[in-house]
Design a protein. Structure first.
Length: 186
């Protein structure tokens, strides 16, 4: 082994501060003299004594405060469903198989059908769907499976189909009175 055969070191070592005058970074260690920055650490959110951005933002309270973190479904428009064969069933598996949506994303976030564009192929849809999209599918000769309307639970679908079910639901909603609450800090 010879000194001229050694590999060059490309990564510089970390400079140790405050190790005496001879080091070039002794005593104050590159921090200058006195002051807040010389003595301790300052929080990342510190803005020189002014009210920090975090404290200036409004406090999110109540029912919708976690809406931001809610998973939003992948949107598939009616015009895209023209790629499918006549009288086929539209569900997550068929959309993945025909490479309309990504498999992993569809399983994690779900899929919702919206009514943009025209549909020329009759299909059976087993997915959450908007009212406009449902109307276009029925117009094309297809049909929507029960319980796949968005925003409706299975119990709502059952109540809708029973005669007098809608009236029963309205009476049930009227019996619940809103509770008055005092807002804190307003």
């Amino acid at each position: 082994m010879a000194l001229n055969k050694l590999k060059k070191i490309t990564k510089k070592g970390k400079r140790r501060l405050g190790q005496g005058h001879g080091s070039g970074r002794g005593k104050t260690g590159g921090r200058g003299t006195k002051g807040q920055k010389a003595r301790g650490k300052i929080p990342l959110s510190f803005e020189g004594g002014a009210l920090s951005l975090i404290k200036r933002l409004p406090l999110r309270r109540g029912k919708g405060r976690h809406k931001v973190f809610k998973k939003k479904p992948i949107i598939v428009n009616v015009k895209v469903l023209n790629l499918l064969k006549k009288d086929s069933i539209v569900d997550i598996d068929s959309l993945i198989k025909n490479k309309i949506v990504d498999g992993e994303d569809a399983k994690n976030y779900g899929v919702k059908v919206l009514g943009e564009g025209e549909l020329k192929v009759p299909l059976t849809v087993r997915l959450p769907i908007s009212k406009g999209a449902a109307a276009k599918i029925k117009k094309a000769g297809g049909h929507v499976e029960r319980g796949s309307m968005s925003g409706k639970t299975a119990s709502d679908a059952v109540e809708r189909d029973i005669p007098g079910g809608v009236i029963a639901r309205k009476q049930k909603n009227n019996s619940v009175k809103p509770r008055l609450t005092r807002q804190v800090g307003r």
